[in-house]
Design a protein around this ligand. Structure first.
Ligand SMILES: Nc1ncnc2c1ncn2[C@@H]1O[C@H](COP(=O)(O)OP(=O)(O)OP(=O)(O)O)[C@@H](O)[C@H]1O
Ligand SMILES: [Mg+2]
Length: 320
């Protein structure tokens, strides 16, 4: 349904999107996952023909984005990052207007608008102007305008941003339901979003695809690379030189001292090693004492962090 081939987009010296390629089939929800500034919005703007690529191309429902942008747009429902809604229009008038622009026959428009109001939970704000709406309700109106013409392809740039927790669950369920028939590409930097809604994820960082696969496949990339938390009472310099000598240790980082004389470390293994046992013996052989020895297996979140941060260990401690 969507085939992206070697897309590149530059802003001056910044390469926002760097030679990326991926596909999305009908009945598939694909998550574009990446940190701020990764190039998610830029990719979506190119696919929706809001902006041309510098190099490469994409076909959407069989139409080339450069050669047939009118057809491409017809098949797409797009929720932009900051939904550019007409702030002085009422919610119902706006949806009627979108229905007209989307060439929905006059006789169907009222029904369609009503359907969207129900689907997106807009009953409470029907009489308001869009400018008066809270962020979450504006997001819902943005979703309604993306869905109203029943497009085969949905491109949703951070669809749950600004929604309350109940609405997040509802919208995720809606996306999953829509994804059974449509092709959905959504962007997010929230991992639970990918786990809850996507069949596949494409992880993008600094404009480059660093991994892609099903959520299970991605999570299993991190398997075997355990992280160990260890607290040792002993002389810091000696502890650190012993850790550095160990074959099983890929790297370690000193964490905050829980109490004076007790040294806490986050240790990364090379994977598939008996590192906890080796650490235990190292401490015992050195006549030090052990206050903590805990092994944490890699999750999708770890994989994401490993792939999208220059320092794989940075920030891990705060999630514990
Ligand atoms: N109009 C622009 N002019 C110059 N640089 C831009 C412009 N739009 C985006 N960029 C740059 O391109 C890169 C990718 O930005 P993009 O908005 O695609 O990221 P994103 O993955 O959507 O991030 P976020 O999660 O913050 O929405 C960033 O380095 C950004 O600063
Ligand atoms: Mg963005």
């Amino acid at each position: 349904m969507i085939e992206v081939k070697n897309l590149t987009k530059r802003y001056g010296a910044t390469i926002a999107v760097n030679n990326i390629s991926f596909n999305a089939e009908a009945g598939e929800v694909v998550g574009l996952l990446g940190p701020n500034g990764a190039g998610k919005t830029t990719t979506m703007r190119i696919l929706t023909c809001y902006m041309p690529a510098d190099e490469g191309t994409a076909t959407v429902a069989g139409h080339d984005i450069h050669e047939n942008s009118v057809e491409v747009r017809k098949h797409i429902g797009y929720l932009p990052e900051n939904a550019p809604l007409y702030t002085d229009m009422g919610v119902v008038d706006y949806l009627n207007f979108v229905a007209e622009v989307r060439a929905i026959p006059r006789s169907d428009r009222n029904n369609k608008v009503r359907e969207m109001i129900e689907t997106c939970g807009l009953e409470k704000v029907l009489r308001k102007d869009i400018g008066e709406l809270s962020k979450g309700y504006r997001q819902r109106v943005g979703l309604a305008q993306a869905l109203i013409h029943d497009p085969a392809i949905l491109i949703l740039d951070e669809p749950t941003a600004g929604l309350d927790p109940n609405q997040i669950i509802e919208i995720r369920q809606l996306i999953k339901k829509l994804g059974a028939e449509k092709t959905v590409i959504l962007s997010t930097h929230i991992l639970p979003e990918v786990e809850a809604t996507c069949d596949r994820a494409v992880i993008i960082n600094d404009g480059v695809i660093v991994a892609s696969g099903t959520t299970d496949e991605l999570a299993s990339m991190g398997k075997g690379k355990e992280t160990i938390y260890i607290q040792i009472r002993g002389p810091q310099e000696d502890i650190e030189s012993r850790l550095a000598e160990m074959d099983q240790v890929a790297g370690f980082r000193k964490l905050n001292e829980p109490e004076s004389g007790l040294h806490r470390y986050e240790v990364n293994s090379h994977g598939n090693t008996n590192i906890t046992e080796a650490l235990f013996h190292m401490v015992v052989d050195s006549d030090w004492s052990l206050a903590e020895l805990r092994q944490v297996s890699a999750s999708l979140e770890d994989v994401f962090r490993q792939l999208t941060t220059s320092d794989a260990l940075a920030g891990k401690e705060e999630r514990e």
